[in-house]
Design a protein around this ligand. Structure first.
Ligand code: ASP
Length: 585
């Protein structure tokens, strides 16, 4: 028998019991007459001890030869510790050893396996199995597990079936490149790995499985931005005979259930905001509504007073930073530098301090009188002691820039507490997005998204104005998921493909299977997919998803532990009828 208990289990009430434990040596402390070993497993750490004169000499000898991460099995008697450690659950006891069996030795680990490690990112990824022994990662994976189980519980209780869809499929356009897999049995042909099970889940609706879900891996060959993984997991769902309202309510219910179950908190009813309002008030389609600082537009008050930068701008817009009138020159310069960073791209920042004595001090005093600034302050709802921050320029860009500044101020002022959760539905996204470079429309969500019925008449002549029955779940400024009511009519789907620049032939070739299915009684349907890695990280209060995935890839899309991707043998290439013509590394 390897163990009677785990290393996280024994308490004062177990004193006197003879126990056997197995685990890894976290460390040994040899004080000469006393020797302690911290033994670790998935469940915790238990202190083991030996005493010169009492313990058998050969055990002390054996213990002195144990290195970090050696795997041992020990037997002994639970006793009360004289100096207790209140920081760990087993901190009141220790095991007086009567036997030590070495199960396996270990090389010296390349970094310390403690809560705080000295290992850099790449090293920890290379030895992921060692990193995974650390508590922070264990907690993350435990949370992930719990969330998966509770997701299944909730969706099962709502009548959803968990149904698997294939990984070897053909291209589904979700805006990214596909990973492809050559087919040996079909020379010259390729499967694509799913960017999402989108078309399959819609076909399941046609098949009558009116509530489907799957916790499923998706693959997208995108240029890796920070915190994107080429393979990631979604909670993918679809429902038939539902309106947008039904979908929102079902998944708001799920999110609330999950927060309740794993965090014990009620995040409350989700706020709702349409896309146009989100862009106008926050400059973002995923606003962080944990704090205010909504945008205030100022064109009518600020233009035509001789300040050419404002006069020439399409939009003059700002927000009020409450309590910030005492910002120093240096702090204001830092904010100006922040908005002028190339990634943000503003030309400059205008500020107006609303002094505590009721006077104003601005960076544009030359152009605006106290009376002017007073009227601005009224519109900003700025009080003495506040600071108004204003940008100007082309509408789309200035909103994006001001969004960055707002988030930066939120950070500086400590208004983005990761343990406070403010969920939001953003609805009524535009159906299409114009791309200047390629001079054509792209689906903002994906080509299966249905236009709002009241906007269908605009499809022909003003497609850019058509709104979709599409929605995103946003929590704390993070897009947790998105979905839409789908097109279920063959002709409308065909029209959509043509708007997106597909010829009839291309559409038939790529999506004939879906359009054919639509001819056999497709019910109205819609759904959503939530990013499971991201949701887990968010609930834990983290930005980065990497440590919520057991075996993630690095920023160049590599798995440094198994060293993949890698070349394959000539014979494999031959079998697949592949010829590698250029390799650049
Ligand atoms: N397939 C979509 C996505 O991956 C989600 C959905 O529309 O249900 O974003």
């Amino acid at each position: 028998m390897f163990r009677t208990h785990t290393c996280g289990e024994l308490r004062l009430s177990d004193v006197g019991k003879k126990v056997t434990l197995s685990g890894w040596v976290q460390r040994t402390r040899d004080k000469g007459s006393l020797l302690w070993i911290d033994l670790r497993d998935r469940y915790g750490i238990t202190q083991l001890m030996l005493e010169e004169g009492i313990s058998e000499q050969h055990l002390l000898e054996k213990a002195r030869h144990l290195g970090r991460e050696y795997v041992i099995k020990v037997t002994g008697t639970v006793s009360e510790r004289s100096s207790k450690n209140p920081n760990i659950p087993t901190g009141e006891i220790e095991i007086m050893l009567s036997d030590i069996e070495l199960l396996n030795a270990s090389k010296l680990p390349p970094f310390t396996i403690e809560d705080k490690t000295d290992g850099g990112d790449e090293l920890r990824m290379k030895y992921r199995y060692l990193d995974l022994r650390r508590n922070p990662l264990k907690h993350n994976l435990a949370l992930r597990h719990r969330l998966a189980i509770e997701t299944r519980n909730y969706l099962d209780s709502q009548g959803f079936y968990e149904i698997e869809t294939p990984y070897l499929i053909k291209s589904t356009p979700e805006g990214a490149r596909d990973f492809v897999v050559p087919s040996r049995m079909n020379p010259g042909e390729f499967y694509a790995l799913p960017q999402s099970p989108q078309t399959f889940k819609q076909i399941l609706m046609v098949a009558g499985y009116d509530r489907y879900f799957q916790i499923v891996r998706c693959f997208r060959d995108e240029d890796l931005r920070a915190d994107r993984q080429p393979e990631f997991t979604q909670i993918d769902c679809e429902m038939a005979f539902v309106t947008q309202e039904d979908v929102l309510n079902t998944f708001e219910g799920m999110a609330r259930f999950l927060f309740e179950k794993v965090k014990g908190i009620d995040v409350g009813t989700f706020e709702r905001m349409d896309y146009a309002t989100a862009m106008k008030m926050y400059g973002s389609d995923k606003p962080d509504i944990r704090f205010g600082m909504q945008f205030v537009e100022l064109n009518d008050l600020a233009q035509n007073k001789g300040f050419s930068i404002f006069d020439d701008a399409e939009l003059v817009v700002g927000f009020n930073a409450a309590g910030c009138s005492e910002y120093t020159r240096k702090q204001l310069d830092a904010l100006t530098d922040f908005v002028k960073k190339p990634q943000i791209g503003a030309k400059g920042l205008v500020y107006v301090k609303c002094n505590a004595d009721g006077t104003f001090k601005s960076s544009v005093d030359k152009f605006y009188s106290e009376d002017d600034l007073k009227i601005w302050a009224e519109r900003f709802d700025a009080k003495p002691g506040d600071l108004m921050l204003i940008l100007s320029g082309n509408t789309d860009s200035v909103r994006k820039q001001l969004n960055e500044l707002r988030l930066e101020m939120g950070n500086q002022l400590g208004l983005r507490n990761p343990q406070v959760f403010k969920p939001l539905w953003v609805t009524d996204f535009p159906l299409l997005e114009w791309n200047e470079e390629t001079q054509r429309f792209y689906a903002m969500h994906h080509p299966f998204t249905s236009p709002k019925p009241e906007d269908i008449h605009l499809l022909e002549n003003e497609p850019g104005k058509v709104r979709a029955n599409a929605y995103d779940m946003v929590i704390n400024g993070v897009e947790v998921g998105g979905g839409s009511i789908r097109i279920h009519d063959r002709d409308l789907q065909k029209k959509m493909f043509s708007l997106l620049g597909f010829s009839d032939e291309e559409a038939q070739n790529q999506f004939g299977f879906l359009m054919n299915a639509f001819e056999f009684g497709a019910p109205p349907h819609g759904g959503i997919a939530l990013g499971f890695d991201r949701l887990t990280a968010l609930i834990a209060g983290y930005d980065s998803i990497r440590d919520f995935i057991a075996f993630p890839k690095n920023n160049s899309g590599r798995d440094v532990m198994i060293d993949s991707p890698s070349t394959i043998a000539q014979q494999q290439l031959d079998e697949l009828f592949l010829k590698v013509t250029a390799v650049s590394k």
